[in-house]
Design a protein. Structure first.
Length: 136
């Protein structure tokens, strides 16, 4: 879900960086090592392979190409991006106890029920705009 920057404080980037630095760029939920800004991808992959082989295995995913009939691999770089989650889903609440550094997969799992609720409300409002009025 894209960020609505207008809901975040002006110094959000500094706050998020401070949180990520405080956990040394590791996910606070699963322990996944994440790439630092400006870190070369090849250097990061070498570090993963030599230091964190269990995580290196998750960098690529084997997929079948229906068009060619062949198996191949696709990179999953997004799995190694560290984000900062608001545990109460309120971007204005930047109290440290409300913030957690999470890799992208853990952040998505953390926000899953919140996203479902918002998606349902968004569909409901769109239907009203399109002329479908609620029954009750």
């Amino acid at each position: 879900m894209p960020m609505k920057r207008e809901l975040y404080p002006d110094n959000w980037e500094a706050i998020a960086l401070e949180i990520k630095e405080s956990v040394h760029w590791f996910c606070e939920k699963c322990g996944r090592p994440c790439r630092r800004p400006g870190e070369d991808w090849f250097d990061f992959l070498e570090k993963l392979q030599s230091t964190f082989p269990q995580w290196y295995q998750q960098y690529e995913e084997e997929v079948y190409d229906d068009d060619t009939g062949e198996w191949g691999y696709i990179e999953k770089r997004g799995r190694f991006i560290l984000t900062v989650a608001h545990l109460d889903h309120n971007p204005a609440n930047c109290d440290r106890q409300n913030l957690k550094a999470l890799c992208a997969p853990c952040h998505l799992r953390n926000d899953h029920s919140h996203h479902l609720k918002n998606a349902s409300r968004t569909r409901f409002l769109k239907n009203q705009v399109d002329g479908q009025l609620p029954l009750f």
